[in-house]
Design a protein around this ligand. Structure first.
Ligand code: FES
Length: 118
């Protein structure tokens, strides 16, 4: 099923937009004028990824800096261990592993960005 998730003007060049459609949380990413869609919650501890940073095709999680390729969803590295004495240490997220992200096909029709969801 093809669903409208945004308009082009909603996403700055090189930017991201988090959306919830049909019960799915998805991040739409602009990379070089092309749009990619990945699941919104980080594979490590479910941080909303649009709150992180997008540098080219690499999305970095805001919480523990896991990195993902938005074109494939592949986990590239991280999360980064926290210093044991850090006041930001999160005892609920001790596993230093993440998983790759689910991706969704994106179709642009005029100004509309649509995502194929099943
Ligand atoms: S929640 Fe994303 S790296 Fe921990």
């Amino acid at each position: 099923m093809l669903i409208k998730v945004a308009e082009k003007k909603d996403i700055a060049p090189g930017g991201m937009l988090g959306v919830k459609v049909n019960g799915l949380n998805i991040v739409i990413c602009d990379y070089g004028g092309n749009f990619y869609a990945v699941e919104r919650k980080c594979g490590h501890a479910a941080a909303y990824l649009e709150r992180g940073a997008l540098n080219g095709y690499i999305l970095t999680c805001p919480l523990h800096c896991a990195r993902f390729d938005i074109t494939t969803g592949e986990a590239l590295g991280g999360p980064v261990p926290e210093a044991p004495d850090s006041k930001y240490a999160d005892p609920l997220a001790p596993d230093l592993e993440t998983r790759s992200l689910k991706t969704y096909p994106v179709i642009v029709e005029g100004e509309l960005i649509k995502v194929e969801v099943s």
